[in-house]
Write a protein that binds this ligand. Structure first.
Ligand SMILES: [Cu+2]
Length: 713
C-alpha cells in the first residue's frame, strides 16, 4: 500500500492507496448490507436475521453484483477520474453499478423473498411466541415487568408447557407450522413489479453504504492520498448525497408500506344480507385494500373484507351455512357470533364442532334472549379456532351482524343510509401489499389503520345527524376515538345495545371487540371536513393522532328528522348476586393465565345455575391490559378498582369511577394492569357450555381462556 501523498491533479495509478482502502471498505459494506438487502423485513424478528442460513443466502446473492461493481469502479477510477473528486466519482460509480445490477437481477429477489419467508416464518413460530420484545405502546417499566416475569422460566419449561397446551387443544407445533406454511407461500403472488423492489433495495444499500464511504473519505484525507480540495464544495456534496439517499429511502419505504394518499378512496360499505337463510363461503381472495399495487390475499367471508353485514330482525331465527373453502393451511375453523345469546352448539366453540376443509356447517341463531327477542344490537361474527384465532382474524375472517327490534326502531335515531357501520382494525402491509401474520406475546399490532377494510377513506355526509356503529376489530390495539374539531360524539350504545341515556363524549376508548354506537351531528358544518382520529398512541414518541376517516360535509338538507332522545332504553333489573367468583389475570412462564391456569377443555372454571345472579371479579396483576369477553349473556359493570394486596393474593383496593358509558349492558370489559372490575349477570338464558377469555387475540391464543357451564336449577 502506498502511503505517500499523491498529486491527484496528475494522472493517477490504477490502484493506489485510496483504491485499496476503498476496496476494503466496500467489501465490508457489502458484507454488512448483504443480509439486509436480501432478507425481507417481515421475515425479521426484532430487526435481526433469524439464523445463519438467511445471512449466508444474503451474502451469496449480494456477492456477484458487488464484485462486478467494485471491479468496474476501480477500473474506471484508474483511467478516467483524475483530480480531487476521484474518490467521490469512484464511490458514486460503485453505487450506480450496484443499483443497476440489482435491477438486472430483480427477478431473483422475489423468489428469494418467497423462499425465505416460507421457510423462515412458521418454523420459528413457537420461538416467536415467547418473544419478550416490547411494543412501543408499553412503557419501559411495563416491559421490565414482563421480562422479569418471564425470566424465571427456562426455555425448555416454556416449550414443554406450550406443547402440552397445543396437544390439549388438538394441535402440535409441527401441525401449526405445516398448516401455515402454504398460506405464507401463497402470499407471494406476482403483483408489485420486481424492479420496484430492486430500486428500493438499491436505496437501502446506499443508506448503509453511506457511513463507510464517508469513513473512506476521512481516512484518505488523513493518509494524504486525497489532496485537500475546496472544503466547502466537498461538504456541500456530502450533504447532498446524504439528503438524496435519506429522501430516497423515505419516499420508497412509504411507497412500499402504504401507498396511501389520505382520504383518496370512498368509504367501503359491505353488502347487507337480510335473508333468514344465508350461505357464506369462506375462501382465500385478493382484496384491493391499498389504492395502488397488488390486491391483498386474505381469508374472507364471501371474498370480502370485512365480510358481508348480516342484518336481521331480532327474535327471528337466522340460519347461516358457512362453507370452508379456505386453503388447507387454514385447517379447521369455527365461527363465533360475538355478542349473541346462541345455544352452546351454535356458539362457535374453539375446539369442538369445527368446520374442516371443504366441509360446511349451518349455525342457527335464534336471536332470542331469555325467551324474548334479543335487544337490538351491533354484534359481529368471526373465527374462534383455538390457538389460531389471531391469525385467522388477522387474515380477514371478520364481519358485522346487526339485530333490529321494535324498541330501537321506534326511536327517532338516524336510520337507513344515515346508519353506517365503521369496522376499524390495524394491519401491517409488506412491500407487496400482503399482511403476513407475526405472533407476539403481548399481541400483534399493525401500522396501518383500516376503516371497513380500507386505509384512510373519505365519506361524504349531509349536514345532519348520523348513527355510526363502531367496532374495534383489531387483534390487540386499543383505540381512542375523537373528532378532529374536538366536538363531542353522542354515545347511544355499547356491545349489548342501547344505553339507558345518551352520553356525550369527546373521546371514546375501545378495546378489541368492544363496540360503541354514536350519533354525530354534522349540522352547521357544511363545506367542512372532519376527521375521526385515534389518539391512543399520540403523545408517546411524539406521534401525531392517527387519521382514520374523513367526513366531508358536502350537502345541505333542509331538515333533519332524526333526534337523540334524552332516554333511550332502560337496562333490565339486576337481582342481588348470590354467588361470588374471583379470577386473577397473570403472566406466568410466557403464558397469560386466569387463576394460574390456561384453557383446558376438560376443566370447568365456573358452573352457575340457570336463573341465578353471580358477581365475577377480575384482578389484573399482569403487565398488560386485558379485554375480558364473556360469552352467552350480557353483563353489568358493578365497579372498577385498584388492585391492593399482593400479586400472589390480590384484593379489592380503592374504588375507581365507573364511566357513564359503561352503565349499559356489555360483554367485553377493559381490565387495565393493576386494576380490577366486578361484573354481574343473571344466567337467564341457555344451559350448557361456554367460554370466557381475553379478546386480545394473541392472549386468547396463548390460552387465556376459561370455561363455564350453565347448569339447570
Ligand atoms: Cu389479554
Amino acid at each position: 500500500m502506498d502511503h505517500a501523498p499523491v498529486d491527484l491533479d496528475h494522472r493517477p495509478r490504477a490502484a493506489g492507496g485510496f483504491g485499496t482502502i476503498t476496496l476494503a471498505a466496500l467489501l465490508l459494506t457489502v458484507a454488512v448490507t448483504a443480509w439486509w438487502w436480501v432478507v425481507p423485513p417481515d421475515v425479521l424478528i426484532g430487526g435481526a436475521p433469524r439464523d445463519l442460513r438467511q445471512l449466508g443466502a444474503g451474502a451469496l446473492i449480494a456477492l456477484p453484483p458487488a464484485t462486478v461493481a467494485v471491479a468496474g469502479a476501480a477500473w474506471w477510477a484508474g483511467r478516467h477520474a483524475p483530480g480531487p473528486w476521484r474518490l467521490w466519482r469512484q464511490a458514486a460509480l460503485t453505487a450506480g453499478l450496484f443499483a443497476a445490477l440489482l435491477l438486472l437481477t430483480a427477478p431473483l429477489h422475489g423468489g428469494v423473498r418467497a423462499a425465505l419467508r416460507a421457510t423462515a416464518v412458521e418454523p420459528n413460530l413457537a420461538a416467536v411466541r415467547y418473544d419478550t420484545s416490547c411494543l412501543p405502546i408499553f412503557s419501559d417499566a411495563q416491559c421490565r415487568q414482563a421480562q422479569d416475569a418471564l425470566a424465571g422460566a427456562d426455555a425448555g419449561t416454556v416449550a414443554r408447557a406450550h406443547h402440552e397446551m397445543l396437544a390439549r387443544t388438538g394441535h402440535s407445533v409441527a401441525d401449526h407450522a405445516a398448516m401455515s406454511a402454504p398460506f405464507y407461500a401463497s402470499l407471494d403472488e406476482p403483483g408489485r413489479p420486481a424492479a420496484a423492489y430492486a430500486v428500493q433495495d438499491a436505496f437501502l444499500v446506499l443508506l448503509v453504504a453511506l457511513p463507510p464511504m464517508l469513513l473512506v473519505l476521512f481516512l484518505a484525507r488523513r493518509r494524504g492520498t486525497l489532496r485537500p480540495g475546496r472544503g466547502r464544495t466537498r461538504w456541500v456534496a456530502v450533504a447532498g448525497v446524504i439528503v438524496l439517499v435519506v429522501a430516497g429511502n423515505v419516499a420508497l419505504s412509504r411507497a412500499a408500506t402504504a401507498a396511501v394518499v389520505p382520504f383518496s378512496t370512498a368509504l367501503n360499505i359491505p353488502p347487507v344480507l337480510t335473508d333468514a337463510t344465508i350461505t357464506i363461503q369462506m375462501r382465500q381472495a385478493g382484496v384491493q385494500i391499498m389504492p395502488t399495487g397488488p390486491a391483498t390475499q386474505m381469508w374472507t367471508y364471501n371474498g370480502l373484507f370485512p365480510g358481508p353485514i348480516i342484518r336481521r330482525p331480532s327474535g327471528q331465527a337466522t340460519r347461516i351455512t358457512f362453507q370452508n373453502n379456505l386453503p388447507a393451511a387454514a385447517g379447521q375453523v369455527t365461527i363465533h357470533q360475538h355478542g349473541g345469546h346462541s345455544r352452546p352448539t351454535e356458539d362457535g366453540q374453539p375446539n369442538t364442532q369445527l368446520i374442516g376443509p371443504n366441509a360446511q356447517r349451518t349455525y342457527v341463531y335464534d336471536n332470542v334472549e331469555a325467551g324474548a327477542p334479543e335487544r337490538a344490537v351491533t354484534q359481529w361474527y368471526h373465527d374462534h379456532r383455538m390457538d389460531v384465532t389471531g391469525r385467522n382474524i388477522w387474515n380477514g375472517l371478520v364481519g358485522m351482524l346487526i339485530l333490529d327490534d321494535a324498541v330501537d326502531s321506534a326511536l327517532p335515531l338516524p336510520r337507513d343510509q344515515f346508519d353506517v357501520p365503521l369496522i376499524i382494525a390495524d394491519r401491517t402491509f409488506d412491500a407487496n401489499n400482503q399482511i403476513p401474520y407475526d405472533f407476539r406475546l403481548f399481541g400483534t399490532v399493525g401500522n396501518t389503520w383500516l376503516v371497513n377494510g380500507r386505509p384512510q377513506p373519505f365519506f361524504d355526509v349531509a349536514d345532519r345527524r348520523y348513527r355510526f356503529r363502531i367496532l374495534n376489530a383489531a387483534n390487540r390495539r386499543p383505540m381512542t376515538l375523537a373528532l378532529s374539531n374536538g366536538a363531542a360524539m353522542t354515545q347511544i350504545g355499547t356491545e349489548s345495545g342501547l344505553l339507558p341515556a345518551p352520553v356525550p363524549r369527546t373521546s371514546i376508548t375501545l378495546q378489541p371487540a368492544e363496540r360503541a354506537e354514536v350519533v354525530v351531528d354534522f349540522n352547521g358544518l357544511l363545506g367542512q371536513n372532519l376527521v375521526l382520529l385515534d389518539t391512543a398512541t399520540s403523545g408517546t414518541n411524539g406521534n401525531p393522532p392517527r387519521e382514520l376517516i374523513q367526513f366531508r360535509v358536502d350537502r345541505d338538507v333542509p331538515t333533519d328528522p332524526s333526534a337523540v332522545p334524552a332516554t333511550l332504553r332502560p337496562v333490565p333489573p339486576l337481582p342481588a348476586p348470590t354467588r361470588d367468583r374471583q379470577f386473577v389475570l397473570r403472566l406466568q412462564n410466557g403464558r397469560w393465565t386466569i387463576n394460574n391456569q390456561t384453557f383446558d377443555p376438560d376443566r370447568i372454571d365456573a358452573d352457575p345455575v340457570r336463573g341465578t345472579t353471580e358477581r365475577w371479579t377480575f384482578f389484573n396483576v399482569s403487565p398488560s391490559p386485558h379485554a375480558i369477553h364473556l360469552h352467552d349473556v350480557d353483563w353489568r359493570l358493578l365497579s372498577r378498582f385498584r388492585v391492593a394486596g399482593t400479586n400472589g393474593n390480590p384484593t379489592v383496593g380503592a374504588a375507581l369511577p365507573v364511566p357513564p358509558a359503561e352503565a349499559g349492558l356489555k360483554e367485553t370489559f377493559l381490565v387495565p394492569q393493576g386494576q380490577g372490575i366486578s361484573v354481574a349477570t343473571t344466567f337467564n338464558d341457555n344451559l350448557g357450555e361456554y367460554v370466557f377469555h381475553c379478546h386480545m387475540l394473541e392472549h386468547e391464543d396463548l390460552a387465556m381462556m376459561g370455561r363455564f357451564v350453565v347448569r339447570a336449577a
